[in-house]
Design a protein around this ligand. Structure first.
Ligand code: HEC
Ligand SMILES: [Cu+2]
Length: 317
């Protein structure tokens, strides 16, 4: 379900979407076989010798064996060679993985509890969906708004921690068109497993079209609100009165709210919702304090999207 159906995943491994993925898998396969052979030799030898050299009578004496130069050399040298092969092989694959392209397409990635936002140089902001052209070196420059997350692309065998207060980078070159799953692989709170995104690898033309396209064309404000809700708010807010990480939205508009700070009771109107989205800690609702678990969405949502959310909440009577 997570992998594209166009390319087949093997029994143990997800689809290989890049050359590096193939290189990682080859090394992994080598390690697997080397370990298996060593395991059979060591455990097999152990069992064989225990039977063969079992003490047969009370007077059975172990012969005096001091050493065997050839044997000792071989059991040191052969593993040494194997380990050096693994080291060199791993080094080259790692270097290939971590060498950032000079002329790649740069996209800024921001992680926060619990979604991914992608900022393109054209100004386009995309939530939960990373679009890239095929056969193009991509460089993701990543940071986090709150805790440490980790950006993981299984089909590319590539991941990188995303850390608040600094930038980290990850590169890949998608050789196969298709949709791929992005996970967060650093445990970051109770909705960690829902911190997903989709990578869409498309042709250059499709990519350019997507970049220029207004995703909300022809949609009503409430419909836009639903889209924003689905990608940004659904992990924490229900549209009924069910309490999740945050309060349910049904009947929110027009109701009176009391705050942990003891601030005067406020009535929920447009400005209150706007402030809740841009500065969640300004007024933390009783039952959800002391600090708000909600990240700020300042700079991530357009005015249109904020208005759309307000419109959506207003309609939830
Ligand atoms: C990580 C979880 C989380 C996410 C994601 C989140 N919220 Fe919240 N939200 C909370 C929590 C917790 C509160 C209650 C504390 C507070 O008042 O800030 C809250 C409070 C609110 C309130 C005030 C509710 C009230 O009862 O007065 C509004 C409005 C709101 N959120 C809107 C949004 C919108 C819109 C989004 C998506 C763009 C969103 N939230 C995303 C956790 C979240
Ligand atoms: Cu995370």
């Amino acid at each position: 379900m997570f992998w594209p159906s166009s390319a087949q995943a093997s029994t143990f491994m997800p689809v290989q979407a890049s050359k590096i993925a193939m290189h990682v898998d080859s090394l992994y396969e080598f390690l697997l076989w080397a370990s298996l052979i060593s395991c059979v030799l060591v455990i097999g030898g152990f069992i064989l010798f225990s039977i063969k050299y079992k003490r047969k009578s009370e007077s059975d004496r172990t012969p005096y064996i001091s050493h065997n130069n050839l044997l000792e050399f071989l059991w040191s040298f052969i593993p040494f060679v194997v380990f050096m092969v693994v080291f060199a092989w791993g080094f080259f694959v790692y270097r290939e993985m971590r060498t950032m392209p000079q002329d790649g397409l740069e996209i800024l990635v921001e992680g926060q509890k619990w979604n991914w936002t992608f900022y393109y140089k054209s100004g386009k902001i995309s939530a939960g969906e990373l679009w890239v052209p095929e056969n193009t070196p991509i460089k993701l420059v990543m940071t986090s708004k709150d805790v440490i997350h980790s950006f993981y692309l299984p089909a590319f065998r590539n991941k990188q921690d995303v850390v608040p207060g600094r930038y980290t980078a990850l590169t890949f070159n998608a050789e196969k068109k298709g949709d791929y799953q992005v996970f967060c692989t650093e445990y970051c709170g109770d909705q960690h497993s829902a911190m997903l995104a989709k990578l869409h690898v498309v042709t250059r033309e499709e990519f350019d079209r997507w970049l220029a396209n207004d995703p909300y064309k022809g949609l009503s404000l409430t419909e836009i609100g639903q889209k924003v809700y689905g990608s940004r708010c659904a992990m924490c807010h229900s549209q009924s009165d069910v309490k999740m990480v945050g309060p349910g939205w049904k009947g929110l508009y027009g109701s009176s709210r009391t705050f942990v700070s003891g601030d005067p009771v406020a009535k929920v109107d447009e400005n209150y919702i706007r402030e809740s989205i841009l500065n969640p800690n300004a007024k933390v609702v009783v039952g959800f304090g002391p600090a708000s678990a909600m990240p700020t969405f300042a700079g991530q949502l357009s005015e249109q999207e904020i208005m759309a959310i307000i419109e959506l909440i207003k309609g939830l009577k």
